[in-house]
Design a protein around this ligand. Structure first.
Ligand code: AR6
Length: 182
């Protein structure tokens, strides 16, 4: 599923983000930036040790919720990994939607700053961090849309890895929002 809004092409893709060929891919990391499970583990495994090396040397303090830290893409096709820390879901009691928005917005603007023309997002916080997919999907798309038009980003991929029903939920939500914007 894809659509062009304000000259940027947005696509929903099913697959493994480590195979993406966009300039930048976003990592749903943790506060230490030392790797972990989920998409974080997959990126470090596929990208090799230079990603962790740069995290350790450049970012000894790790990352705060909603923050961004950029490293090389190692063995991946992407030039850059933009690591962000999404919020842990506490039933919505700790400002999680706004923190998730910050992750999407800050990674998008960081991609623009480093001169990326394309970016791939995983579904931040919806795995181990427990953010409900139905709530996260509209935040993801609305926040990226609010960053458009962009001087540099021509392509945005939302890469979904999850099982079929979650995927359909997200695609349905994104589709509705897209319709309202087109
Ligand atoms: N490609 C695309 N999406 C993926 C991939 C992949 N290869 N692998 C998993 N996903 P999660 P979080 C999806 O748990 O919730 C880590 O341990 C997955 O299906 O990776 O932000 C970090 O170090 C889900 O929809 O990230 C942190 O400790 C989405 O990516 C913690 O997990 C996000 O799931 C962060 O938790």
């Amino acid at each position: 599923m894809e659509i062009v809004i304000k000259k940027t092409q947005l696509s929903i893709i099913q697959g493994d983000i480590t195979l993406e060929e966009t300039d930048a891919i976003v990592n749903a990391a943790n506060t230490t930036l030392r790797g972990g499970g989920g998409v974080d583990g997959a990126i470090h495994r596929a990208g090799g040790p230079t990603i962790l090396e740069e995290c350790v040397t450049k970012y000894p303090q790790g990352c705060e919720t909603g923050g961004v830290r950029t490293t090389n893409g190692g063995l991946l096709k992407a030039k850059w990994i933009i690591h962000t820390l999404g919020p842990i879901w506490h039933r919505g009691s700790q400002n999680e939607p706004v923190l998730l928005e910050n992750s999407y917005r800050n990674t998008f603007h960081q991609a623009e700053r480093i001169g990326a023309t394309s970016i791939s997002y995983p579904s931040i916080s919806t795995g181990i961090y427990g953010f409900p997919m139905q709530k996260a999907a509209p935040i993801a798309i609305e926040t990226v849309l609010s960053c458009l038009p962009s001087n540099s980003i021509q392509e945005v991929h939302f890469v979904l890895f999850s099982n079929r029903s979650e995927r359909l939920t997200q695609i349905g939500q994104l589709g509705t929002i897209w319709k309202n914007h087109s």
